[in-house]
Design a protein around this ligand. Structure first.
Ligand code: DGL
Length: 276
């Protein structure tokens, strides 16, 4: 039986990428408690099937609910693209219709409308996110006049997770995927980094993106969107615990998580292991 009392805000990612979002939650909304879960044992999710991503994400959400979370943020584009809708529509009504699971794609889609002037927007993401078409669908629901161009970057997450992203070898893949995106249209003026791992490589990416193009990183956008959500939903706000405590869990080795995670979170982490 799930408890109804206030709990931490759950933050889930396949691995480390969601730490870039959590860092911004801590900065913007430091009063709340958070539980971060990284499914590192099964990451990356980017090349996995819809079914696998859905089942893994549902397991993670159920575990976060069992820890008392009333609100869970899927701080992972791949999970948001492949699992969020089914969880919201089919699973939440059965598990607990008062709990909420939110993703990162909608806030990014909302933000882009005010940033692009040319109305040509590029999206960089994992294969899973790109194939799901979630960005074009969400953006065009809000802004039918925007034309979107997507580019899958299947090697970026493995390069980042393996701490190879500052090496010149990685630059080759960053440049190649950016060029493939930009050659679609000379008028792209805004690029969404549609993967929570990518804020870490923003400086490397800037080397290959012309200066007149905006690069939108999700960390600030998603934190702003959570702030607004909590303002608009006082009933959920009261169910989010406010002791300023953040805990970390990983499905893989804790020592590796603590040392690699620090690259994303920029502060020391002391994670515990769980099995899903
Ligand atoms: N951080 C995840 C995202 O935002 C993806 C990483 C993965 O492939 O697991 O898409």
């Amino acid at each position: 039986m799930l408890s109804n009392s206030a709990g931490p805000i759950g933050v889930f990612d396949s691995g480390y990428g969601g730490l870039t979002i959590l860092k911004e939650f801590n900065r913007k909304l430091p009063q709340y408690d958070y539980i971060y879960l990284g499914d590192n044992a099964r990451a990356p999710y980017g090349n996995r099937s819809f079914d696998s991503v859905y089942h893994y994400t549902l397991q993670a959400v159920n575990w976060l609910f069992s820890q008392g979370c009333q609100l869970v943020i899927l701080a992972c584009n791949t999970a948001s693209a492949k699992a969020l809708r089914t969880i919201q529509q089919n699973d939440l009504p059965k598990i607990d219709y008062l709990r909420r699971v939110l993703g990162v794609i909608r806030p990014s889609a909302e933000a882009v409308g005010n940033l692009t002037k040319s109305r040509n927007v590029g999206i960089l993401g994992t294969i899973g996110t790109v194939v799901s078409e979630s960005y074009p669908i969400e953006i065009n629901k809000l802004y039918p006049d925007i034309t979107t161009y997507q580019q899958a970057c299947p090697l970026w997450v493995p390069l980042i997770e393996n701490d190879e992203f500052l090496n010149v070898g990685s630059d080759y893949f960053f440049m190649k995927d950016i060029n493939n995106l930009l050659k679609n249209n000379n008028n792209i003026d805004t690029i969404i980094l549609g993967c929570t791992h990518y804020p870490l490589i923003i400086n490397s990416l800037k080397k290959f993106v012309p200066k007149n193009i905006n690069i939108i990183s999700q960390d600030k956008i998603v934190a702003e969107s959570l702030t607004n959500y909590l303002k608009r939903h006082p009933e959920m706000k009261t169910k989010c615990k406010k002791d300023g405590v953040t805990q970390f869990f990983t499905t893989d080795d804790v020592d590796i998580f603590n040392s690699r995670g620090k690259i994303f979170y920029k502060k020391d982490i002391c994670a515990k292991h769980i099995d899903l």
